[in-house]
Write a new protein. Structure first.
Length: 140
């Protein structure tokens, strides 16, 4: 895919802290929303994952806050999966303000867990691509 997948979000007043900034925990919610939106856009639902007895898990997350976000700000939250050869993969995400300013960069390490065995599956990309109606999201 030429451009990373993205979803629009408007910062809501109840998501801000006493300084008027977007609360730090909400950045994680925006990132999670974009990841599930990408899965949904590729044709994978939570029900599909559950039916196969698997679920995505986050193993590590790093957030670099670059610029403040305030109530009413319109942003795009990007999401790109980067596949390796092991059991884990990386997800790179950026929260970008309407004027193009990068507000945050989020990097996560994830995996696809077998919910019965409680272990990560090898080659998560293969599993996601086999469930997707649009496997282009799992190529790179």
């Amino acid at each position: 895919m030429a451009e990373p997948f993205s979803v629009p979000v408007t910062v809501r007043g109840y998501e801000t802290d006493v300084q008027g900034h977007l609360n730090q925990s909400v950045y994680l919610q925006y990132a999670e929303h974009a990841r599930w939106s990408l899965l949904h856009a590729s044709g994978i639902s939570q029900a599909d994952l559950a039916a196969r007895g698997v679920g995505p898990v986050v193993l590590e997350t790093t957030i670099r806050y670059r610029r403040e976000l305030l109530a009413g700000d319109d942003v795009e939250v990007t999401c790109a999966f980067l596949w390796g050869t092991g059991k884990s993969f990386r997800v790179e995400q950026t929260i970008v303000k309407a004027d193009g300013t990068v507000a945050a960069e989020i990097t996560a390490v994830g995996g696809l867990m077998d919910l019965t065995e409680r272990r990560l599956l090898p080659d998560a990309r293969k599993h996601f691509a086999s469930m997707a109606t649009d496997p282009a999201f799992y190529e790179n």
